[in-house]
Design a protein around this ligand. Structure first.
Ligand code: FAD
Length: 331
């Protein structure tokens, strides 16, 4: 067993100060369902764990001064999924939470930790004998040319094709959510769309936050497209499984034409993937199964399959079409 120091601050400011003083090799701990898992697998080995679960200011769901839904980073997934304001205004976001993990995990896991969960690529999580540029930069990638059925067809590089596994971030990207962070350098706001990065030649860098940056809350701006929205998730079994393909879609129709539409993809890309060109193709047109198919094909126009994941292109297209139709039914 590896020893590590355990610290438990009771304010966000103290948490940042403790983590900064313990760098390098310190991590925030929220629900622990990703962090402890990776520590047990030997993928992560922090020397210090800063437990933020006692910080009251990171809790709560309310309405922001701008009218959006504001969610504390420590809110459990299950609490947000069931919140009446979210269910009414963003069914897609509520569904992205309900369709993730298991009830026990959703009770334990937090919104902030969920956004920073790490890939489920078996080579990343498996024995260090496998090459993984994410786990050991420069070692290579066993997935490319290996077992890559679950890997990405969008946003991959020759160094990494690991899928971003989360569901919530996909739905948040569709609806322009923003996270608020604090660090010794002050407060900042980052669009969830800009939070995760594609692997390029540096797969170990997964997001734009600094190690000492603490997510305080997220804000979801209100939009009519949120009310007519759906999260459609296809997986190997109907519950307790990660997405092979998913889509968060929302639509705002006026006089039967698309005024606003949101399409974000999960399970098929190295980060939550907003399909902006696909959205543009629908603006000003009626939303039919045929126009939805055209948009879905645009969303996957730049997909590059590996040996075993070509099926994700056809599956992803059908997933987007069905999600758009579900969203339309709710408009
Ligand atoms: C068996 C299993 C199945 C799962 N299935 C799904 C699924 O289908 N869909 C899905 O989306 N997820 C799934 N998950 C992942 C799960 O949702 C995440 O593990 C969970 O949301 C992480 O939240 P946490 O609070 O436990 O994070 P932690 O494990 O505490 O932290 C995760 C990471 O985030 C950092 N962190 C945590 N909070 C903050 C903060 N406020 N500021 C800065 N950094 C922070 C930590 O340092 C750590 O690096 C599954 C997990 C398991 C174990």
């Amino acid at each position: 067993m590896r020893n590590f120091a355990y610290l438990r601050p009771d304010s966000a400011k103290d948490a940042v100060a403790m983590l900064t003083a313990s760098q390098p090799g310190a991590r925030y701990f929220a629900g622990g369902t990703t962090l402890y898992d990776l520590m047990k697998l030997g993928v992560e080995a922090p020397q210090t764990v800063v437990d933020i679960t006692g910080i009251e200011e990171l809790r709560g769901i309310d309405v922001s001064p701008k009218g959006g839904i504001r969610v504390g980073a420590l809110v459990p997934m299950s609490d947000l999924a069931e919140h009446a304001m979210l269910k009414q205004n963003f069914p897609a976001i509520s569904e992205s939470l309900w369709k993730a993990a298991s009830q026990q995990l959703r009770n334990m896991a937090t919104i902030g930790g969920n956004l920073l969960q790490r890939t489920r690529c078996p080579y990343f999580r498996g024995s260090p004998e496998f090459a993984c540029n994410k786990r050991a930069p420069g070692s290579g990638c066993s997935a490319i040319g290996g077992a890559n059925r679950a890997h990405a067809v969008l946003g991959a590089s020759s160094a990494c094709a690991a899928v971003y596994p989360g569901d919530l971030a996909v739905a948040l990207v569709a609806f322009d959510a923003v996270i608020e962070t604090i660090s010794p350098r002050g407060q900042r706001f980052v669009a969830v769309r800009d939070l995760h990065v594609v692997p390029g030649s540096t797969p170990a860098i997964e997001h734009v936050l600094a190690p000492d940056e603490l997510i305080v809350r997220i804000e979801i701006p209100m939009t009519p497209a949120g009310r007519a929205s759906a999260y459609h998730k296809i997986r190997d079994r109907e519950s307790y499984a990660f997405a092979l393909a998913s889509a968060a879609c929302g639509v705002h129709l006026a006089a039967n034409e698309v005024v606003d539409v949101r399409i974000a993809l999960g399970g098929v890309a190295t980060r939550p993937w907003r399909a902006s060109a696909a959205e543009r193709s629908l603006i000003g047109k009626p939303l039919t199964r045929q126009s939805a198919r055209r948009a879905a094909e645009i969303a996957f126009a730049e997909a590059v399959p590996l040996q075993h994941n070509r099926y994700k292109i056809a599956l992803g297209i059908e997933t987007v079409i069905d999600a758009l139709m579900l969203a339309k039914d709710r408009s």
